[in-house]
Design a protein around this ligand. Sequence first.
Ligand code: AVJ
Length: 320
Amino acid sequence: MGAEPLEIHLEEQDLDRGLREDVRVGLSAAPKWLPPKWFYDARGSELFEEITRLPEYYPTRAERAILAAHADDVATTTGAKTLIELGSGSSEKTRLLLDAFTRHGDLGTFVPLDVSVSALRQSTEQIAAAYPGLRVRGIVGDFTRHLDRLPTGGRRLVAFLGGTIGNLLPVERAEFLTAMRAALEAGDWLLVGTDLVKDPAVVVPAYDDAAGVTAEFNRNVLRVINRELGADFDLGAFRHVARWDPEREWIEMRLRAERPTRARVLDLDVAFAEGEELRTEVSAKFRPEGIATELTAAGFDRQAFWTDPDGLFGVSLARA
Ligand code: AVJ
């Protein structure tokens, strides 16, 4: 049984409208900013996969170690019939969960949801081939907007891995968790991965690697805007910056104009002064108690919290 055709909840026009809206708002603001979801065209998704293999980028390895150690607990505790994965990307770590569900329980359906059609097409085909008998229903969608489109019925486990929840600002995060809880029934489950607060000397290099892959990933958002909106950003004018914010305990990626530069985007004439920065991503780091508090506030009950041996990353299993 192959993967079913992708369910498209984000049409080309929706994506395009969303991008235009975000670009108009973010590039007219002071300071300028863009939401991180626009990194992930085919090239951006590949660059992100490359980031996950960098020596400096610890979150993927740490989360994989946690899932390797506790996937069986997740399968037996939840007894899920449907696994839904938000922001699934390549679904590489998810195989640890699928393997555990193969050993225990009777998971019937896997539903990866992602904004990237290219990543989803690849992952659904690979997963369907590797897990015969598993129904694979890929959904092209935005996890901040399409939670009401998730399949219902059967006991569900929603996995939100990688620390992607940290890309939401605190208010958005609270809204997201509340909407997530509303989309679930009592007895469904949420598995959420969060990068933990640690020495900035470890965090910053993870977002500013020696090989410059993250810098390319960061600049890719300008390439996406140039291509999709016919803009004329001069990518060479921008330098990658990763900055730790000690108050808010998050890392920010920015693009700093190394010289005065301007771009025509939509009907905007966007000017950057020398040294001006465009914020392209926030990646929040969490404290174990803070995550529990946020889950409780949204109506979840955290039943387990696991970290890797080095305490870099945390995975919470919470019951709706
Ligand atoms: C996949 C969104 C969790 O914030 O660490 C990697 C994306 N950005 N390097 C993260 C990312 C820069 C990543 N998330």
